[in-house]
Write a protein that binds this ligand. Structure first.
Ligand SMILES: C[S@@+](CC[C@H](N)C(=O)[O-])C[C@H]1O[C@@H](n2cnc3c(N)ncnc32)[C@H](O)[C@@H]1O
Length: 331
């Protein structure tokens, strides 16, 4: 492969998250300085030029930037898509992205990349503005162009939370089986519960608010009385702080929260639930922020999950998010 040299990286993000992304880059102290920017697209210039004799060096781009749905080594701007494609010809998979209808969109790609594969991305920002970039596919990176899974929410879903969960599952490549039991704090009206039931996963939902009929159809009256052979939903209709070990019973494997509460409140509950149910080996938390610049608190959130015993921790803004981030912890 030819020698690749570039001093630039580019990130694709949700339009409106560019400022928070720059704050994250500044906090990394990696020597990257903000350069050219458009909505949903930001380039950074590195102190030292990336001088890549081999594409293996792409691993050095593995920066923990929650606002970046995709991070690429930038191979520059072209005026035609053909020229941009030529720049990424070394890649084994090609992704196309574009800023369209006020969103940074990925165009569907039939090939699911394998870990280690080099992906070339061509980003269309205008009629004569095409950027080319490279990255290496790795665990917990979205397999989709621009980190956009293009998932459509079914009309039966009572809330957009269905979409947020499905996007997180796809982005992080999470696996659930019918043996899993998820406890979700802030479960009403039931978009997440519906998505989990559709995947054959049983759910204990904690929320004082009312659930939609589409999920109460699968409800059980008592945690002690679970049916065999079908996923069930148990509604623990109280605030999270009042839920007890008895409400959880045995066998809980995942913790989820979509409560509209401050991150510190949610993380405190996560710690308490993990103590009550030590079988919890994964946590997926929607952190709702008043301002995206709160992403600067990332270290505190990561430290809280580390203290709970989670080993692999990721913070990520998904396409379906507004002022929110998905915080994932896996044991
Ligand atoms: C965005 S909604 C959740 C959407 C839901 N996950 C779904 O899938 O449809 C936020 C929910 O958090 C609940 N909530 C807020 N504070 C809570 C608490 N302390 N304990 C339990 N639920 C809480 C609210 O009642 C509300 O239903």
């Amino acid at each position: 492969m030819n020698r690749i040299e570039s001093e630039f990286v580019f990130a694709l993000c949700n339009p409106g998250s560019e400022k928070a992304l720059k704050l994250e880059v500044e906090a990394l102290a990696s020597g990257w300085r903000p350069s050219y920017q458009r909505r949903g697209f930001a380039t950074f210039k590195s102190d030292a030029a990336f001088s890549l004799d081999s594409l293996d060096s792409l691993d050095s781009l593995d920066a923990p930037l929650a606002c970046a749905r995709r991070l690429c080594l930038s191979l520059g701007k072209s005026t035609t898509p053909q020229e941009a494609l030529q720049r990424v010809e070394a890649a084994s998979v090609i992704h196309h992205a574009r800023y369209f209808e006020r969103k940074m969109q990925g165009l569907p790609c039939a090939v699911r990349p394998k870990t280690g594969q080099i992906i070339g991305t061509v980003v269309e920002l205008g009629p004569a503005e095409f950027w080319a970039g490279l990255h290496r596919h790795a665990p917990f990176l979205s397999p989709d162009p621009a980190g956009d899974p293009g998932i459509e929410m079914p009309p039966t879903s009572p809330s957009r939370a269905w979409l947020k969960l499905e996007e997180a599952i796809r982005f992080f490549d999470l696996e659930f089986t019918p043996a899993d039991i998820v406890v979700e704090l802030g479960c009403a009206p039931g978009g997440v519960v519906l998505a989990l039931l559709q995947r054959g996963v049983s759910v204990i939902g904690v929320d004082p608010a009312k659930m939609a009929a589409v999920v109460t159809d699968s409800a059980i009256a008592s945690r002690q009385d679970v049916p065999a052979g079908r996923p069930w939903f148990y509604h623990c209709r109280k605030p999270a702080a009042l839920a007890s070990k008895r409400d959880l019973g045995h066998g809980v494997t995942w913790f989820m929260s979509d409560m509209n509460q401050a991150p510190d409140v949610v993380l405190k509950e996560c710690a308490r639930f993990r103590r009550m149910a030590p079988g919890i080996h994964g946590a997926l938390i929607t952190l709702k922020l008043t301002d995206l610049s709160q992403v600067a608190d990332r270290c505190r959130w990561v430290a809280a999950l580390t203290d709970m015993g989670f080993k692999t921790i990721r913070l990520q803004q998904l396409g379906a998010h507004h002022k929110e981030f998905a915080l994932l912890g896996m044991c």
